[in-house]
Design a protein around this ligand. Structure first.
Ligand code: ATP
Length: 219
């Protein structure tokens, strides 16, 4: 469960706060999609939930963990154990092949499972890329590898920033269905930032970020 209570965040170079007393609750295994104009603060919100940055005020609780983390070591441990993050810029390890990129976190965590990894890769249509070096992949292929890596270690929370931004419509439908279905079957909480109405509508809760707060209706 994520419980975000009245968080605010202002950067020194912005006049108004990016987030202003924003609150959100998502239960275990539930999903929420967040849409909003470019620059409205969607990525900032994900970064705060992941603990990469801290809010100026308000609180964030994920399961039994209340942020901020007591040390960077605890933050690393929490992220490795509990979090799957799909970044806008995939962050693959270029010198590793697809299989080793996807297995990276589960090996660190000690729960790698070849059969499950193949299952996830099959859902995302990338089994044939198994041995290909990451630096030879197209943008859409990298995106699906990044999604597989986020799911395969069975995290309790997945944060996805534009997870289908680089995919054609048919692939986007298939990949977003795999993302939502896998999270639901693992009882993983899912927060998806997207510009796609189709991807957003698959979530249990739909929210729109504007003027620093989340709304239940578009403007
Ligand atoms: N590290 C930072 N330092 C200063 N300003 C920042 C930083 N990160 C984000 N901002 C500013 O905060 C605002 C919100 O940015 P953010 O990336 O969260 O928006 P977004 O809704 O994710 O946008 P997009 O849809 O274009 O990805 C922008 O004005 C951006 O310039």
């Amino acid at each position: 469960m994520i419980n975000i209570n009245a968080i605010s965040k202002r950067y020194s170079n912005t006049d108004a706060p990016v987030l202003s007393k924003l609150s959100l609750t998502v239960a275990d295994g539930e999903s929420v999609s967040i849409r909003g104009a470019s620059g409205s603060g969607k990525s900032t919100l994900l970064s705060l939930i992941a603990g990469f940055e801290s809010p100026d005020s308000g609180s964030i609780t994920i399961g039994s963990q209340t942020l901020p983390f007591s040390s960077e070591k605890n933050a690393d441990r929490f992220r490795r154990q509990a979090l799957g993050v799909i970044f806008q810029s995939y962050n693959l390890i270029e010198c590793l092949n697809v299989w080793d990129n996807i297995a990276f976190t589960s090996r660190l965590k000690g729960n790698s499972d070849d059969e499950y990894q193949l299952h996830i890769m099959g859902l995302l249509g990338i089994t044939h890329l198994k041995n290909k070096p990451a630096h030879q992949l197209s943008g859409g292929e990298q995106q699906r590898v990044a999604i597989s890596r986020a799911l395969v270690h069975k995290p309790t929370l997945v944060l996805a920033d534009e997870p289908t931004g680089n995919l054609d419509e048919a692939t986007s439908d298939k990949v977003s269905a795999a993302l939502y279905d896998t999270c639901q079957s693992l009882k993983t909480t899912l927060v998806v930032v997207t510009h796609s109405d189709d991807v957003a509508r698959m979530a249990g809760q739909q929210r729109w970020l504007r003027h620093g707060q989340l709304h239940s209706e578009p403007a």
